[in-house]
Design a protein around this ligand. Structure first.
Ligand code: AMP
Length: 278
């Protein structure tokens, strides 16, 4: 992979990378299409990274279908698929971890200890292998994208991190590889996640500026079978909790639905007071 990428870059070609865990869906493909528009060569990485799963999480049952992924990528102008084995990425004796402080402790980091260390470690290795000019990540995993941006700046990778909007099913459910775990009734409940975010957004549009009231409005709109991990209104750059929603604010949700963990978010955009008065 490094040789291929070096050859491209020596020819002055711009290399774009889309890191994924496979089980590709329309969300992934939107990132791939963006990379294809903005790069001369596109690399998609497929790697289910054991280092980012907790001991009781779904590493073993995480969906893997390389042939289906390859078929989906065939028409998308992808120049290379980098799909290493676990033993290549983490050979015997592997002992290093990349830790990003601060951002990783918030939101999902609080309930998934070690998760973002695993992500930072694998992305570091992927960036060293692929050596891209830029990489595309999804807003769906907003915290992950911010952490990767911090990491690449801190370590001087020179990789531009581009963030693409969340792709949703027609009813609003954010596309996710984990959606295929959902039973039919769970799938019907899952849409309530997006609807709850819309409740938050409507409250802010209606003039509510108290973050606690917005969060409470969102929480009570999530019905019983949905087990809330967190609902938080945070600064979209630092992920610190805000008390007032006077500037764009990230409203982020994580829930457990049966055995499936789902996350979603949107940016709350308060109009200025002038606009509200007008
Ligand atoms: P994953 O395979 O779940 O690790 O995701 C790989 C990349 O695809 C990450 O940058 C995700 O944020 C992004 N992604 C996953 N789902 C979506 C979605 N529904 N819309 C946009 N990007 C997504």
């Amino acid at each position: 992979m490094q040789q291929l990428s070096d050859a491209w870059r020596n020819d002055g070609l711009r290399v774009g990378c889309v890191p994924t865990m496979g089980a590709l869906h329309a969300g992934h493909l939107s990132l791939v299409r963006r990379a294809a528009r903005e790069a001369d060569r596109v690399v998609v990485t497929l790697f289910v990274n054991p280092a980012q799963f907790g001991p009781t999480e779904d590493f073993d049952k995480y969906p893997r279908d390389f042939d289906a992924d390859r078929r989906l990528l065939a028409p998308e102008g992808v120049d290379a698929i980098f799909a290493p084995e676990v033993s290549e990425m983490y050979p015997d004796g592997f002992s290093s971890r990349v830790e990003v402080k601060g951002l990783t402790q918030r939101l999902c980091g609080a309930s998934r200890p070690g998760h973002f260390e695993g992500v930072a470690t694998v992305v570091t290795k992927l960036f060293i292998a692929v050596n891209p000019n830029f990489a595309v990540f999804g807003q769906k995993d907003a915290q992950q994208a911010l952490i990767i941006r911090r990491l690449t700046a801190d370590l001087g990778f020179g990789v531009d991190i581009r963030i693409s909007p969340t792709v949703r099913d027609p009813d609003g459910l954010a596309r996710s590889s984990r959606n295929r775990y959902l039973s039919e009734p769970e799938r019907r409940w899952a849409v309530r996640l997006f609807q709850a975010l819309q409740v938050g957004s409507a409250l802010v549009r209606g003039g509510e500026r108290c973050a606690e009231s917005v969060v409470e409005g969102v929480r009570i709109s999530l019905p019983k079978p949905i087990d809330i991990d967190y609902v938080e209104a945070v600064d979209p750059h630092t992920l610190k909790t805000v008390s007032r929603i006077d500037s764009p604010t990230l409203l982020a949700i994580a829930v457990q639905l049966g055995r499936t963990r789902l996350i979603d978010n949107l940016i709350l955009k308060p109009e200025s007071d002038d606009e509200v008065r007008a």
